[in-house]
Ligand binder design. Structure first.
Ligand code: URA
Ligand code: CA
Length: 436
């Protein structure tokens, strides 16, 4: 087999077979195919696309390029959730304990934040003592005994994707649906779950700003799950304003605790219940999402979800007292109140701008090696649709230095208008295996 022929075939709109895809992924990972040929191939994919079968083959070949977790010694069906990256997206910290409190195992591998979106591991590490570095055996034992474990994704997962992503990043080939879908799913599949619930964001704070693109990405990923024999559903969800009321690591942990105590923002709570319901159905716990939703609601109101979070924190070395005393979480030195310059309806809260601002305050990484300030962030005091008077508080910025330029940036996240904004649904649609 010759890489030149594969590039030519794809450039002409042809379909590569399974062996051909394996060949290019394996040889590229081993350094036997040079970057310039792989770059040419990615550009051909960018223009010609890939069939569902090719996309699934790509994901599977990349998944087997490195370590693949075997979670078969965990009893029960393991359903993983994945979000394409939201701003203030605290859902894992809420959904994982809720689902585990139903007796369904949650064995989760998460990432750290990069760019304007946060990562679950950074959030958890704001709990004093909490560690996400467990040995595989320890992780499996823990999930078998308390039904929940969250660890940081091994660096040895899907090395082919790491190489390919770095190449795409500098050759203008990141935003190709089959390449994104296979990239995300390769890591998920290597992490060993039996099925997946995908939260595909759309809106100004999302990777896929347009809804049609988000739907195409969701279909491509659901189709990979189907081809791989791992049941997958996707929810297309709104990211036109940050989720919940907070953005920032420690602030989001506090918000997760409040949400599990039944005192969370409506949007965050609803999204968690809907994602959790799909997980319970795929795990075989409930027949219909409506039934699962009710079960999860009961776990919220009984405090069972919060108890499960306490158990997780204790088991992974964290101080469980943060649950009753959130002031034990890292606190920023300064709290600056942002006030509305006029009266009117909150029309928009720009999630992308807010996410970038929180990153500038120190909560995000510019590069993989940078360390993060766990205490900084933004607390929103209004959501889209609220009516505010001039001088009402819109948000509180938590920082470790006095803010000036950031004040204007924080104010700029909000658009205030005289007319009430048009309602946007939180969940636009669901994509299942029947839709692909
Ligand atoms: N996230 C990924 O993991 N891969 C992509 O290609 C794009 C976003
Ligand atoms: Ca199992």
């Amino acid at each position: 087999m010759d890489m030149y022929d594969l590039i030519l075939k794809k450039r002409g709109g042809g379909e590569l077979d399974t062996e051909e895809i394996k060949f290019l992924v394996e040889n590229y990972t081993q350094g036997l195919i040079p970057d310039y040929q792989m770059a040419a191939f990615c550009m051909a994919v960018y223009f010609q696309g890939m069939s569902q079968r090719e996309t699934a083959d790509m994901a599977l070949a990349m998944a087997s390029s490195g370590m693949q977790y075997d979670l078969s010694s965990i009893s029960g069906t393991i359903i993983d959730k994945h979000s394409t990256g939201g701003v203030g997206d605290t859902t894992t910290l809420i959904v994982a304990p809720l689902v585990a409190s139903c007796g369904v195992p949650v064995a989760k591998m998460s990432g750290r934040g990069l760019g304007h979106t946060g990562g679950t591991i950074d959030k958890l590490e704001s709990i004093p003592g909490f560690t996400c570095e467990l040995m595989p055996d320890q992780f499996i034992d823990q999930v078998n005994s308390i039904k929940i474990g969250i660890i940081s994704q091994s660096a040895t997962i899907a090395p082919a994707d790491k190489l390919l992503y770095a190449l795409r990043d500098v050759t203008a080939t990141v935003d190709s649906i089959p390449l994104i879908a296979s990239s995300i799913m390769s890591k998920k599949i290597a992490a060993g779950a039996d099925g997946f619930v995908l939260d595909v964001k759309t809106g100004n704070g999302a990777f896929m700003r347009e809804r049609e693109q988000a739907v195409s990405l969701a279909k491509a990923m659901v189709s990979i799950g189907k081809e791989a024999g791992k049941p997958t559903v996707a929810l297309i969800t709104d990211m036109d304003q940050p989720l919940g009321y907070t953005i920032g690591n420690a602030l989001e942990v506090k918000e997760a605790i409040q949400t599990l105590a039944g005192e969370g923002a409506w949007d965050l709570t609803e999204l968690c219940l809907r994602i959790g319901a799909e997980m319970l159905v795929l795990a075989g716990h409930s027949a219909r999402p409506e039934d699962a939703y009710q079960v999860l609601q009961e776990k919220l109101s009984s405090g069972a979800g919060l108890d499960k979070l306490r158990e997780l924190i204790t088991r992974q070395g964290g101080n469980p007292a943060v649950i009753d005393e959130p002031s034990l979480l890292p606190q920023a030195a300064y709290q600056t109140v942002i006030r509305s310059e006029r009266s009117g309806y909150v029309k928009c809260i720009d999630a992308l701008k807010a996410g970038r601002l929180v990153m500038q305050l120190g909560a995000g990484r510019q590069t993989k090696e940078s360390s993060v300030d766990l205490s900084v962030g933004i607390e929103l005091c209004q959501k889209v649709g609220s009516y505010v008077q001039q001088d009402d508080v819109l948000a509180v910025v938590h920082s470790n230095r006095p803010i000036s330029g950031e004040y204007a940036a924080a104010l700029d996240c909000f658009t205030i208008s005289q007319a009430p904004p048009r309602h946007r649904p939180l969940i636009w649609q669901k994509i299942t295996a029947e839709d692909v």
